[in-house]
Design a protein around this ligand. Structure first.
Ligand code: ASP
Ligand code: MG
Length: 423
């Protein structure tokens, strides 16, 4: 049994869906569970539907739903010129249901409503992929992740109940009589049967949940990149493919911000020692990256992770008292309440400094909260570069034309907060 995951970009139009089927046809004898995301940017579009529903803006709501329906209709017409197995009616029914739901008054729980609506993206994409597989003579069964992945009721960030989930995944997959099943990434359900989601980009995590529950042989995430690279090509020329890295290394890279795989994906796989392949859906025969237990190859190539548009915030007690546990408790309490994630932190005798994404912090509110007791300073327009397995020449190269604001070094990792000098 293997688990494959196809993200939004790999099913963004009819040609992409055809490509998914071609890839699956490369595996004529494997038992496969195929986890699929919503098509293209559907999840973003559904977020806009919810926003319009919440605002009670009926004309915007109708426009957003129609445009999303139109996007899917184009794909349906290309894939199924003569319809197939009633797929067109089935998708139409989902959209009609969405319109109906949005005619009902909205409850006062935005996050709950969000999950009920945004989940439709994956329901639709999986119905289309599953029907197209069958149309092409690849027998497969559509499975409902909302009957398999059990979570608590933390809407938009459902926490998995592993015991219930394992049981249900096994039950559902055992029941099928086809070699292949197709299910939704990103979705779960509560004990009461309401739909939850696992957090944006959560489909990778679903693939890991499936593999963990079934004791799968491997997971493959099919992407529009050749595998895990040692840097984001957006910021860096001459990127190198990481052919083989350890689970631990992958967790470290994801933690510092490498965005190739969702950070939650690795832990369940590591627990069961299930290797994770990251491969290109454009060149499916290429090797890609394998993430597995052994760390012997981890330090061969330095990896770089950039975070742009950062702000460094420093808090110093006005009475020049030392920064001690009580201050930290107060500061951490505030950050946790405001859902602000620190990307890096540093304490000195009389100040506490931390770096966060500029877009995720309300600086005015933060200053107002602390200014009675602390001198609050901040420095915007910064970037953090993290280099794993660094050496001095790479540090020099990366910090050229930059002003270094702060630097932290351990044996494996250097992290530098810096400002572009604009040279
Ligand atoms: N469709 C969801 C999202 O865009 C989940 C995923 O793609 O992994 O966030
Ligand atoms: Mg996506």
């Amino acid at each position: 049994m293997q688990v494959f995951k196809f993200g939004g970009a790999s099913v963004k139009d009819a040609a992409a869906v055809q490509n998914v089927v071609n890839i699956i046809e490369h595996f004529p004898n494997e038992e496969l569970v195929i986890v699929v995301s919503a098509m293209g940017k559907t999840t973003n579009a559904l977020e806009e539907v919810i926003a319009a529903y919440w605002k009670k803006d009926t004309s915007e709501l109708a426009e957003k739903i129609n445009s999303l329906r139109g996007f899917h209709d184009v794909i349906l017409d290309e894939l199924f010129p003569n319809n197939h197995d009633g797929i067109k009616e089935e998708i139409a029914e989902i959209f009609d249901g969405l319109v109906e739901e949005c005619n009902e008054p909205c409850s006062d729980n935005y996050h709950f409503e969000y999950d009920q609506i945004v989940s439709l993206g994956e329901v639709i994409s999986t119905k289309i992929v599953n029907t197209f597989l069958n149309k092409n003579g690849v027998a497969s069964t559509w499975l409902d992740a909302r009957k398999m992945v059990r979570t608590n009721n933390s809407w938009r960030e459902g926490k998995v109940n592993w015991e219930e989930t394992t049981k249900k995944v096994k039950e559902q997959v055992d029941k099928t009589d086809t070699r292949i099943s197709v299910t939704q990434g990103f979705l779960g359900h509560t004990a009461e049967g309401f739909t939850t989601t696992l957090g944006r980009e959560g489909s990778d995590f679903t693939a890991a949940i499936m593999a963990y529950s079934l004791g799968a042989e491997s997971v493959t995430i099919w992407k529009d990149v050749p595998g895990m690279l040692n840097a984001d090509p957006k910021w860096f020329d001459n990127t190198v493919l990481l052919e083989k890295i350890s689970f631990k290394e992958a967790i470290e890279l994801a933690y510092y911000g490498a965005s190739v795989i969702h950070p939650k994906t690795i832990q369940p796989l590591k627990k069961m020692n299930i290797p994770l392949y990251v491969k290109s859906f454009i060149n499916p025969d290429q090797q890609g990256t394998v993430i597995q237990e052994s760390s012997v190859n981890d330090s061969i190539i330095p990896s770089f992770i950039f975070k742009m548009d950062q702000v460094l915030i420093s808090l110093s007690p006005k009475d020049l008292s030392f920064i001690i546990e009580e201050n930290l408790e107060e500061i951490f309490g505030y950050l946790s309440k405001e859902n602000i994630r620190m990307n890096l932190l540093q304490t000195s005798a009389v100040s506490f400094s931390f770096v966060v994404d500029r877009a995720k912090v309300d600086l005015e509110k933060l200053v107002a909260n602390f200014e009675d007791d602390y001198l609050v300073r901040y420095n915007e327009g910064l970037e953090i570069v993290t280099i794993r397995h660094f050496d001095e020449p790479t540090i020099k190269r990366v910090t050229k034309y930059k002003k270094i604001i702060l630097e932290q070094k351990t044996r494996e990792t250097v992290r530098i907060v810096m400002k572009d000098l604009g040279v």
